[in-house]
Structure formats: C-alpha cells, structure tokens
Design a binder for this molecule. Structure first.
Ligand code: NDP
Length: 441
C-alpha cells in the first residue's frame, strides 16, 4: 500500500501509530472501489497526517524541591466534523507514536458517535504512580500553562484517559481558568458535577462498552444475563464495565492491573475494588484482603487464562496477544468487546474472527465515553444540567446507534457481521465526505 509506505517513512519508529493506520487502511479497499472521488482528492493521505502536532516541555518541582522535566503532547488530528476532541494520558510509556495512534483512532470513533466532534489526543510521559497530591497538582498546572494556548471550546477539548481522572481534570481546569480569566466550561470534559461536569460521564466508557456487547449478544438471541465475564484493568473503564455487567445480570469473575490479576468466583465486589483503586490508589492484590480472602491473586500471568463467555479488555493497547486469544477461544469465549483502545493485537483479532467469536473494536465499543463528553459539551453550551437517568438513556441510545451503524455498513459492503470493517468504513466515510465538501483542507 503506497499510502502506508508513506506513513512508515514519515513517522519512523512510531509502531503503535503504524498499527492503527494499517488496521484502518486494511478495511478501506471496498470504499476506494465504490468512492473513487476519495482517491482523486487524496483523502486517505490527508487523513493519515495530523492537522497539528504540539510537543512541549513540562517543568515542575517535586516534594523534595527537585526540578523535574517531562514532555507534553497534543496531537490535533482532524477537525472536519467539529473541534478536536480526545483525552490526555499520563503514563511513562507515552511518546509521540502512542499519542498519534490514539488521536488517529479517535477521529473515526468520534465520527461513529454522530456527534459534531473532531479527533485529537494528548498526554505526557509523567508517571503519576506514587506522586503526592501536591506533585500531581503542580504537574497539571505546569502542563496547562503551555496547553492553554492551543485549546478552547471551539478549538480543541481535552478529557481524561489513563492516569487522568476527575482529580487531574480539576487541576487542569483550575489552571486554565486562572490563566485565561474565563469560566469556559466547554474547554475540558470529565469535570466534577458541581462545576460543569455531566452525570454519567465517569461511568460512560465502561457502561457504553457493556451496552454495545449486549447488542452483539442480541444478534445471537442472547444477553449478558447469566454470562461469565472477564475484565482486564481496574481503572475507570474497567470499574464501570464491572458495574454494568452486574446490573445486567452477568458476573465478572476477574479483573487486573499491571501487577497481575484477581479471580473472585463470587463476582467482583465493586465497593472493595473502588476502595483499593480509587481511595487507597493501591495495587490489585489488596482486593483479596478487602473481600475477606475469598478471592485469589495471581502475580503476573494472563487474565485471559480465566475461562469466560465474554472478555472485555479495558486496560491498555496490545494487552491481548494471540496467546491470550487462543486461551479464550479454547475456553469457549463468545464475545470480545474492547473497552480500551487497540488492546487486541492484529493476530489476536484475526484469531477471534476465524473462530467465529463476535469481536467489537474499541473505536465502536468504547465510544460511549467521548459521546457522553459531547453531551457534557452540550449541557455546558446551553448552561443546563441533565439527570443521571436521562444522560444514561442518551448514552444507551447512542451505543445502540453505533452498533446498528457498524452492522448496516458491514452489510452494505458485503462483509456482514464484521464489526471491525463496519466501524472503520462508517467512521472513515463520514470524515471523508466532510473533508471533500470543505475543499483541500
Ligand atoms: P485508568 O488509568 O483509569 O486505568 C488503567 C488501567 O489499566 C489500570 O488498571 C492500569 O493498571 C491498567 N494498565 C495501564 N497500563 C497498563 C499496562 N501497560 N499493562 C497492564 N495494565 C495496564 O485508565 P482508563 O480506564 O481511563 O483507560 C483504560 C483504557 O480505556 C485505555 O486504553 C484508554 O485509552 C481507554 N479509553 C478510556 C476512556 C475514558 O473515558 N477514560 C474512553 C475511551 C477509551 P496499573 O494501575 O497497574 O497501571
């Protein structure tokens, strides 16, 4: 593929970005045949090149009075459908290749929501683990001291991602407000409920993934009721995926973090999990004591060895390799829904599809988070506040809509039931049509 060769040449060493682009380009050959105007206007080449990439120094002072330096990123990928929109990730593994893969995925994901939002992503190689409240605040303030000039409610609207939750969004918003002397609620999403946040935003990504998976099960005349589920990760997405599975009658028997996983055959106790992860900010092994020793902690190892009907990877990219896929298939998994971004490696995706396992890519299954961020922007713009139930209902409708769009698109292109191709084609064509209409942008 000449377009892909160009991406490799221009973005050397950015392997996650290469992977994300390859996976989308692989799906596009039927579109190229049906819509030659996209080729004539070099739309694919343009979509693979971010509109703007910002890299900056983030200096801050730690508790020992030592100056620390991190690197900050914001990649404004595509604004054909609306202001750039996408989260910030604080994790030591963050570099340009990670931010660009996430930004690229975000473009198509946001299009799938049918909300007026473009795609972008940002973050830093800052590691929040073990840092004090004061250090986290000073880091966020320094990060925003540069970022503020690039964002705005009509320009670019960041949110959270790995390592960035409500606490960090609070510090970031506080600094933005201070520097700009504006109470511009719509500049960030994931805000606290008393200062412009939306009900159900915290829950939205995990809930949305589970709504999507339930729709997939319905195509086989089933539901989550009575299903055995394994969730990887134990952060924001994982926690609320666990909650919604339980509300819909399934049982989550395992969750994980980067130190290992716990198996709890009674079903993961959500309060104990949140106590460990959100209050104590501890490691997953502490869950065992919290539930009186009824669970087992397995250090290292693969959470995908735990037998289940439904697997929800909700931690990070490439966390579900082909070995994990084989173990899941052998143990009878029926559905895999990606709560995280690109958690399943390409060979693992192929293995699921070959085995007839229903597989939903993150850009469709986890789009509920950004969709609810768009609902937060809507509430900010109209200075309104919706109830939890109303917001959750909107989220559920959006997820049903994305599910339908993926299936109807895969039908239209003669690849029925292929959620990967359906999501890529549906997302791509919406962005491509808008770009075509706007001339050479
Ligand atoms: P959190 O920081 O809340 O949680 C991340 C979880 O993943 C933690 O349990 C963490 O464990 C684990 N994890 C992170 N890196 C690794 C790694 N290298 N190996 C194993 N485990 C790891 O993040 P979120 O829940 O917000 O995000 C999870 C995923 O969902 C990401 O892929 C993100 O991009 C995606 N996503 C998030 C959205 C949101 O609204 N938050 C929206 C859409 C997608 P540990 O503490 O040990 O690092």
């Amino acid at each position: 593929m000449p377009v892909y060769d160009d991406v490799l040449r221009r973005n050397q060493g950015e392997i996650e970005f290469h992977q994300a682009v390859y996976e989308v380009l692989e799906s596009l050959s039927p579109v190229v045949q049906k819509r030659p105007e996209f080729v004539e206007a070099s739309i694919i080449e343009r979509i693979c090149e971010p509109e703007r990439q910002i890299i900056f120094r983030v200096p801050w002072v730690d508790d020992k009075n030592v100056v620390q330096i991190n690197r900050g990123f914001r990649v404004e990928f595509n604004s054909a459908l609306g202001p750039f929109k996408g989260g910030l990730r604080f994790h030591p593994s963050v570099y340009l290749g990670i931010v660009k893969f996430l930004g690229f995925e975000q473009v198509f994901k946001n299009a799938l929501t049918s909300m007026p939002i473009g795609g972008g992503k940002g973050g830093s190689d800052f590691d929040p683990k073990g840092r004090s409240e004061g250090e986290i605040m000073r880091f966020c303030q320094s990060f925003m001291t540069e970022l503020y000039r690039h964002i705005g409610e009509y320009t670019d609207v960041p949110a959270g991602d790995i390592g960035v939750g409500g606490r960090e969004i609070g510090y970031l918003f506080g600094q933005y407000k201070r520097i700009t002397n504006r109470y511009e609620s719509g500049v960030l999403t994931g805000k606290g409920l008393s200062w412009g946040g939306s009900q159900a935003r915290t829950e939205a990504t995990g809930y949305g993934t589970v709504f999507f998976v339930n729709e997939m099960l319905k195509t086989r005349g089933q539901s989550l009721d009575g299903k055995r589920v394994v969730v990887s990760g134990s952060g924001n997405v994982a926690t609320f995926a666990v909650q919604k599975v339980h509300q819909l009658g399934g049982t989550v028997v395992a969750v994980s973090d980067s130190s290992g996983y716990v198996v709890d055959e009674h079903g993961i106790d959500l309060e104990a999990l949140r106590e460990v992860k959100e209050v104590e900010r501890g490691r997953i092994d502490s869950y065992v004591a919290k539930v009186g020793g009824r669970a087992t902690f397995i250090e290292g190892g693969s959470v995908w060895d735990v037998p289940c009907d439904v697997a929800l990877p909700c931690a990070t990219q490439n966390e579900l390799p082909v070995e994990g896929a084989k173990a899941l298939i052998t143990n009878g998994v029926q559905v895999v829904g990606e709560g995280a971004n690109m958690p399943t490696t390409p060979t693992a995706v192929a293995a699921f599809q070959a085995a007839g396992v229903l597989f939903a890519p993150g850009k469709a299954a986890n789009a509920g988070g950004v969709a609810t961020s768009a609902l937060e922007m809507q509430q900010n713009a109209s200075r309104d506040r919706w109830t939890f139930d109303h917001t959750e209902e909107r989220l559920a409708d959006i997820m049903v809509g994305i599910h339908e769009l993926c299936l109807s698109t895969s039908d239209a292109y003669d690849i029925p039931g292929d959620y990967v191709a359906g999501a890529n084609i549906a997302g791509f064509t919406q962005v491509a049509d808008a770009m075509l209409a706007m001339g050479v942008i």
